[in-house]
Write a protein that binds this ligand. Structure first.
Ligand code: ADP
Ligand code: ASP
Ligand code: MG
Length: 811
């Protein structure tokens, strides 16, 4: 014999009930079908009760809406032969309900008893509809056999009476029986009661246990018990097997799939539970049983959470070594019907922290203060307060007890992501580690844990891209092209969660549409500023996130410190931060190290060329960088390679801008500032303390061209053309070329124009290419040489992309 429970969504629509019908009618042996109210109806019943009791006539329209929804469902699922009869039964129940509501509307008062009566109509009616939709099904009224007694104002199942009544009622088992879940009656007064929100699962388990069913099937709207709440973790997946203990731990800590008390009766009778999807019956679902744990299975099976947590701390030096303090805490809480789901006590014994639901926190504080009034007045115990707006997360798995290091990994991962742990507890059974954190960190905590324990089939990297000029837009394009492949081959999901231009910004934690972001920014983007961008990122508080700066803006680079402090990695093509005051550069690196996130700027020098990484690798392996000689300005190299008798200096400058090589303001390149910044960054990465002002300059354009406006510059720069052409001719006649060279020797830096002959490795440097010769202790007689495109949107974007990938630890 089987017990099948169908939840609210399963019976909440015509299609749902038709699936239920198909599933039940396909059964061969006898089945008892337990159903919830139609989805949302219980909530609506609580709502109408409240409205009517407040004298608010709008309860009538809610009531009408509920009735018409039921009538519509009847129309779609009940055969025409039976329809009239079912409509009469259901309408008569609605009339009773309407009379009760009218009564409380008039007297403007309501009691819990009446509320319990009102909400019972959901299951009373749905069970009639479902039993008439299924061929040859017999209807049973659960109120006649599920009995409760009152304890601490809660309805607790009276198992003795209930079991007897169930066995009596079902002694003659029809092939298909249907009854409502959730509803019950008081064993003394016979008043209508219920088993609590979500209680239909419990009804089904109670019946299954009383009748020693072979199996209990919980049919719902997901493919099974998942590794985490799929509404929060979109890559959560179905767990095929769970032990009763694991299922119980997960449910107790908020996994909504099964109402927590459900597990015990079936566990006690060793009746396996299967979670199945009414809308996808082929899916295997989750099998919960006493089966031995597979020792090779993952250490952690699932994560669950409770988002309304209050933490009450009883603390005081007077508690140390005093026997009975905890006894008094729990006694007084139990006496007042307050359930405690987490306890944490330090071994010093001077603090006990207790996790309770928000709704219980005020009462808990009140009764604890009363209980310890004397000790508080004597200063032995501090005054007792509750900390609200917290959330509890539990990670669960039988195999945790065989796997050392889980707690270390858990708290390490949380710390790295800036998630503060307020209290934690691990049961000695080691099946569950729970911790309390701020409610606003909950989503992030669940995500990072899910990710880091490889519960996910793929890893997620969340990316904010600021600046959608040539580099930014090229990067977005590259990400778009690679997304599918990275997911398929590397199990990496690149999720672009924010895009901002200098004017507009768009954010979506689920990921933005990279096809239409430009139009979306224009049409639906919010106004942007560096502060607003930063605020939004901190508000979103998304795990594993990277801020990508594709601007040349100083205010944007000023955000790095805050972002890194908040555990957001930074990847930047913007050179301002790494070349700013040495203190700032070191500080950013230090914060990123402390926070366990990355601050990467490979593209600051040589665009996509692997220069900084290579230097880091050399140094990390014990080498020492003595000297660097480099052509680091793609723009200047392009200009010197382009100038000819036909193309004067001013035109070559304009061409370099139009080709996308130069900075938006080409004077930054021409004044050597860009090269100085790069050289400073390289020298620092090589281990030297260098400021921009330390670099000796030998420029080729007089200072006066840099002091006016950009317009003045463009207007006047052709004044230099003739003189330049003369020098160029003479140089060319000598078989030489100009290169703008940056040099660092033991920390001394200089930049300037150099004439190189055909034997020099820089002579043949084509187009906008860059080159660097690195002389180290190991690469001494023959320096290491890195050469290639040193500017351009595509290669720079690729370099940024490569930094992003190194954060995901995938190459
Ligand atoms: P029913 O109405 O069938 O009783 P519930 O809404 O009570 O269904 O429970 C199913 C829902 O529980 C799913 O739709 C899902 O959103 C949510 N849920 C929360 N945590 C989990 C989890 N770990 N696995 C599966 N579903 C979960
Ligand atoms: N209908 C009840 C509720 O919404 C019971 C259930 O769905 O399990 O809480
Ligand atoms: Mg449920």
């Amino acid at each position: 014999m089987k017990v099948l429970k169908f939840g609210g969504t399963s019976v909440g629509s015509v299609n749902g009930i038709l699936s239920v019908k198909k599933i039940v009618e396909a059964e061969v042996g006898p089945v008892i079908v337990v159903v919830s109210a139609l989805s949302g109806i219980t909530d609506q019943l609580y709502k109408v009760a409240k409205l009517a009791s407040e004298g608010n006539a709008s309860y009538i329209s809610e009531y009408d809406q509920m009735m018409s929804r039921h009538l519509e469902v009847i129309d779609g699922v009940v055969d025409s032969a039976k329809k009239e009869n079912v409509l009469t039964q259901v309408k008569s129940q609605f009339v009773d309900l309407s009379n009760i509501l009218r009564g409380i509307f008039l007297i403007k008062d309501i009691s819990t008893k009446i509320i319990d009566t009102i909400v019972s109509y959901g299951e009373s009616i749905s069970s009639v509809i479902v039993s008439n939709a299924i061929e040859n099904a017999v209807h049973f009224d659960s109120k006649e056999f599920v009995k409760t007694e009152n304890q601490f104002e809660k309805h607790i199942v009276d198992f003795e009476k209930t079991n007897l009544l169930i066995r009596e009622k079902f002694s003659d088992l029809p092939k298909i029986s249907v009854c409502g879940g959730f509803i019950s009656t008081d064993c003394n007064t016979n008043f209508i009661t219920n088993l609590g929100r979500g209680g239909s699962d419990y009804t089904a388990a109670i019946i299954a246990a009383a009748l020693h069913a072979d199996i209990l099937e919980i049919w719902t709207d997901v493919d099974g018990f998942m590794t985490a709440d799929p509404r929060i973790i979109d890559n959560a997946y179905v767990i095929d097997k769970l032990s009763f203990i694991e299922a119980m731990e997960l449910c107790n800590f908020g996994a909504k799939v099964i109402y927590p008390p459900t597990i015990f009766p079936v566990f006690h009778q060793n009746i396996p539970v299967v979670i199945k999807n009414t809308f996808n019956p082929e899916a295997l679902g989750t099998y919960i049983s006493r089966d031995k744990v597979n020792e090779r299975a993952k250490a952690i099976k699932g994560i669950s959470s409770i988002n309304d947590t209050s933490l009450i701390t009883v603390q005081g030096l007077g508690m140390v070594g005093v026997i009975g303090v905890n006894y008094r805490i729990f006694r007084v809480l139990a006496k007042n019907g307050i359930s405690v789901f987490l306890v944490s006590q330090a071994s010093s014994e001077n603090t006990t922290s207790i996790g309770v639901r928000n709704a219980d926190s005020a009462l808990a504080v009140e009764v604890l203060r009363k209980e310890f009034a004397y000790e508080i007045s004597q200063g032995e115990i501090n005054d007792i307060f509750s900390e609200d707006d917290l959330a509890t997360v539990a990670i669960v798995g039988d195999n945790m007890k065989r796997t050392p290091g889980i707690a270390g990994k858990l708290f390490g991962t949380l710390g790295k992501n800036g998630i503060n742990v307020v209290a934690c507890a691990q049961g000695a059974s080691e099946t569950n580690i729970s911790f309390v954190t701020d409610r606003k960190s909950l989503r992030k905590a669940l995500n990072v844990i899910h990710d880091s324990f490889f519960l996910s089939e793929y890893q997620v990297l969340n990316i904010y891209i600021v600046g959608i000029g040539t580099v930014g837009s090229s990067l977005i394009n590259q990400i778009k092209m690679q997304q599918k492949k990275l997911m398929a081959q590397n199990g990496l999901k690149l999720n672009v969660v924010g895009i901002a231009s200098s004017k507009k910004m768009l954010f979506d934690r689920e990921g933005l549409d990279l096809e239409n972001y430009s139009a979306d920014l224009k049409n639906t983007g919010a106004d942007a500023s560096p502060e607003l961008i930063c605020r939004e990122i901190l508000n979103l508080n998304i795990f594993n996130s990277v801020f990508v700066d594709c601007t040349a803006n100083a205010q944007i680079s000023d955000l790095y410190k805050t972002l890194l402090e908040n555990n957001v990695s930074v990847v930047t093509a913007n050179k301002i931060a790494a070349s700013s005051a040495y203190e700032n550069y070191v500080n950013l690196k230090e914060i990123s190290r402390r926070r366990g996130v990355k601050f990467l700027f490979e593209t600051n020098v040589g665009a996509g060329l692997p220069i900084i990484n290579t230097m880091n690798n050399l140094i990390n392996s014990g080498d020492h960088i003595e000297k660097m000689e480099a052509v680091l300005s793609g723009t200047l190299n392009y200009i010197f390679n382009t100038i000819s008798s036909e193309i004067p200096l001013s035109k070559a400058i304009l061409m370099s801008k139009e080709a996308g090589f130069s900075e938006p303001d080409p004077r930054i390149d021409l004044s050597g500032k860009d090269v100085i910044r790069k050289l400073v960054i390289l020298a620092r990465e090589a281990g030297y303390r260098v400021e921009q002002s330390d670099v000796v300059k030998n420029l080729f354009i007089p200072d006066k061209y840099f002091s006016g406006s950009l317009d003045d510059f463009w207007k006047n720069i052709n004044e230099l053309d003739a003189e330049f052409e003369q020098k160029r001719k003479a140089l060319s006649a000598n078989g030489k070329r100009w290169r703008f060279v940056a040099t660092m020797e033991n920390g001394n830096c200089k930049v300037g124009l150099q004439e190189v002959d055909s034997l020099h490795p820089f002579y043949d440097l084509q187009g906008s290419n860059n080159i660097i010769l690195i002389t180290t202790e190991r690469y001494n007689e023959f320096p290491m040489m890195i050469k290639g495109y040193g500017a351009g949107a595509g290669v720079t974007a690729a370099g940024v992309f490569s930094d992003i990938m190194s954060i995901a630890n995938i190459r």
